[in-house]
Design a protein around this ligand. Structure first.
Ligand SMILES: [Zn+2]
Ligand SMILES: [Zn+2]
Length: 351
């Protein structure tokens, strides 16, 4: 092992560099992982441009990584994991101590510390998994048959697993997904993988709708040109969908979603709205009289990541359609461009 490695380092908004940095040292209670693949998240693109209050530069970016354990510190809580095992992480590291962690909701921990934001991330040849992640069970094994470029999708898939579980999607359900960005399509895949019989996908961008074609939705709708509510009614014997997942970061689809579900249906606000644009005008009477559940969902727990890995490994998630581009780590700026132009769903970088 040489003592320097290639890494994608955030220096300042608009200043992300591919450079050589020292290989991180594996502490007593830590684990050193050789990165196999790291997917580029929308949040990486965003923080590359505007920064993030958690990032203290210079910092190695990336949280959607998978790799091989190369070293385990003598005091590390590694459980069943051994050197040579392939792993992914629930990358938003929880504290294990707060009220929310104690209740089994580590994704809403009061003291979250995400990889690539609070800790150096996985867009590098090596990454150190911090003690707190090991103590709180954030490292999940990857089975042998799952290719690295697909295992790297475990984190975004796990966020959709959280959402679909939160919505209570059941075998045979009709699900409306609003927004066909990468996370909308990943929600489509997870809803299908968890038994949704009919999926209606709504998206205003014709280009995104065209990119959604291969994902096998039952009905694709452009709500600018078609009457989404009428189409949903028509497809559900007049009663509305069982579940609506709003994966578009806009108020209008969040407000509309309560009119797309049947009585006792669920609406999940998956996408977050930007500060200043986050106050809704929502039909309280629809929620009240129809006994709707309007729920939020954020991030994921280690259990969701384990489910995501199992779904990816079993082929229930079409990972090859999600990982549209595989590039060398040094091509991070090309990856950002592809995402910016809406040409890529997930770019996966390989060191
Ligand atoms: Zn992500
Ligand atoms: Zn906590």
């Amino acid at each position: 092992m040489t003592n320097t490695m290639q890494a994608v380092v955030f220096h300042a908004p608009g200043d992300v560099r591919v450079e050589r940095v020292p290989v991180p040292r594996c502490g007593e209670a830590e684990m050193l992982v050789q990165v196999d693949a790291c997917a580029v998240c929308g949040s990486d693109l965003k923080s590359s441009k505007v920064g993030n209050p958690r990032i203290k530069p210079p910092l190695t970016m990336g949280h959607e990584f998978t790799g091989i354990i190369r070293q385990i510190g003598p005091a590390a809580k590694a459980g069943n994991l051994a050197v040579g095992d392939r792993v992914v992480m629930a990358t938003t590291v929880s504290c294990g101590q707060c009220e929310y962690c104690r209740r089994g909701w580590p994704n809403v921990c009061a003291d979250l510390a995400p990889m690539g934001f609070s800790y150096p991330g996985g867009m590098a040849e090596f990454v150190v998994i911090p003690e707190r992640a090991l103590v709180n069970g954030h490292v999940i094994a990857v089975p042998p048959g799952l290719p690295a470029e697909h295992a790297a999708l475990a984190e975004p898939v796990s966020c959709a697993v959280n959402c679909v579980e939160n919505c209570g999607v059941r075998e045979g359900d009709t699900v409306v997904v609003l927004g066909a960005g990468p996370m909308g399509l990943i929600n489509v895949c997870v809803a299908r993988g968890m038994g949704a019989a009919k999926i209606i996908l709504s998206e205003v961008s014709p280009r995104r709708l065209a990119m959604a074609e291969p994902f096998g939705c039952d009905i694709l709708v452009n709500p600018d040109k078609q009457d989404l509510a009428a189409i949903v009614k028509d497809a559900t014997g007049g009663i509305g969908a069982d579940v609506a997942i709003v994966a578009a970061p806009a108020a209008a689809p969040q407000e509309q979603a309560v009119h797309l579900v049947r009585k006792r249906g669920s609406v999940c606000l998956f996408a977050s709205l930007p500060p200043g644009k986050h106050i809704l005008q929502m039909d309280s009477r629809a929620i009240h009289y129809n006994e709707l559940r309007v729920i939020g969902t954020s991030d994921s727990t280690p259990a969701h990541v384990a489910t995501a890995v199992a779904m990816l490994a079993s082929g229930r998630i079409p990972a090859d359609k999600i990982a549209t581009h595989i590039l060398p780590l040094s091509e991070i700026h090309q990856a950002f461009d592809l995402m910016q132009r809406g040409e890529a769903l997930r770019v996966v970088l390989r060191p």
